[in-house]
Design a binder for this molecule. Structure first.
Ligand code: DAH
Length: 339
């Protein structure tokens, strides 16, 4: 029995030491330690060993077993390390190799225009406000002094979700939301999408974007409004841009005006962009109507304000020389890549 163990010891050590890969190693594990392995068979045969010899043989077998287990573990580690090294080598990254070209997108001209406008107004101390696109009719109309029989409330212009909820047709409801939540002085702009039931053509889209502006404080006049708009127009469209007011009507301002800018292409002489007029219509504006201030909890005897609202598409089209609004919504990469 002792000889047999010595033989197993010699063979197993030799075979494990010379073993070349994990698969062979596993086979050796089975060969010596498995259920029908050589060492196991010896343990099973202990019954035939005399009682005096049994502990000696037992401890010999156990020692050998431990030795084989350790050897196999070491060998296993060795193989796994080799494998890892091989993998590291084959998967190594050549950081000097030129990279594949990543096709980067560009900002959409609407996004760019909004960011530019925000930048200009932030520079003038304005904050950027936000409001829901699915809006209560009371904010879109009533609080803005637009009574139930006003033509702008007509289903022909406004998308109604229910009788009381609409897709906002203008960014002006944000004025009311801000005034209800903030005490003067207020100085905000609010850019965002608005919805009207217009059919699509070169200058109309059922979804477009506006930027609303609102300033409320003591003694805010039309002169402040004009100065602000002029400053904005010069920064956005060119430093020689002039502003002119034409009288107009909006329910939420009194007096109301439409503001035009001198054509930034021809400087006012008349060209294709301004259709020979020398002026381009820019926005609606005015002094905030006292009823609107009152509806939003601000005392019109103490405070006054101005407001304005303009279409982002119109400005983007003018700035970038885009002649058809549909281009802005078709998302044709060939078009968008130009910006
Ligand atoms: N909300 C108006 C529109 O969509 C634009 C406008 C006009 C906004 C006058 C104003 C304003 O804040 O004072 O046509």
């Amino acid at each position: 029995m002792k000889d047999k163990i010595a033989e197993i010891k010699k063979n197993s050590i030799e075979e494990i030491t010379n073993c070349k890969n994990l698969k062979d190693l596993n086979e050796l594990r089975v060969k010596y330690l498995g259920k029908k392995g050589e060492l196991t068979i010896i343990l099973r045969g202990m019954g035939t060993v005399s009682p005096e010899e049994r502990p000696i043989i037992g401890s010999l077998v156990n020692e050998l077993r431990e030795e084989i287990v350790n050897l196999i573990q070491e060998k296993e580690k060795e193989f796994k390390n080799q494998e890892l090294l091989k993998r590291l080598e084959s998967e190594s990254i050549d950081v000097t190799e030129p990279s594949k070209k990543v096709d980067l997108g560009t900002l959409h001209p609407i996004t760019r225009t909004i960011e530019e406008v925000e930048e200009i107004f932030l520079g003038m101390g304005y904050q950027i406000a936000d409001g829901p696109e699915v809006e209560k009719a009371i904010y879109n109309f009533d609080k803005l002094n637009t009574p139930p029989d006003h033509p702008a409330r007509d289903v022909q212009d406004t998308f109604y979700i229910t009788d009381d909820i609409v897709l906002r047709s203008q960014t002006s409801p944000v004025q009311a939301r801000v005034m209800e939540n903030q005490k003067p002085p207020i100085k905000i702009i609010c850019p965002g999408a608005v919805y009207r039931s217009d059919s699509v053509d070169a200058t109309h889209s059922p979804v477009f974007h506006q930027v609303e502006g609102l300033v409320v404080d003591k003694n805010i006049s039309m002169a402040d409004l004009k100065g602000t708009l002029e400053m904005f127009a010069q920064k956005c469209l060119g430093e020689n841009t002039k502003i002119r007011f034409r009288p107009h009507h909006f329910p939420f301002t009194e007096p109301s005006a439409e503001a035009d800018v001198s054509c930034f292409v021809c400087g006012g002489k008349g060209c294709r962009v301004c259709k020979g007029e020398g002026w381009i219509e820019l926005l609606g504006c005015g002094e905030v109507h006292p009823n609107v201030l009152k509806n939003c909890g601000i005392d019109p005897e103490v405070y006054s304000g101005f407001a304005f609202g303009f279409g982002v598409e119109r400005i983007a089209m003018a700035k970038y020389g885009i002649e058809d609004m549909r281009l802005l919504f078709e998302n044709d990469i060939r078009f968008l890549k130009q910006f």
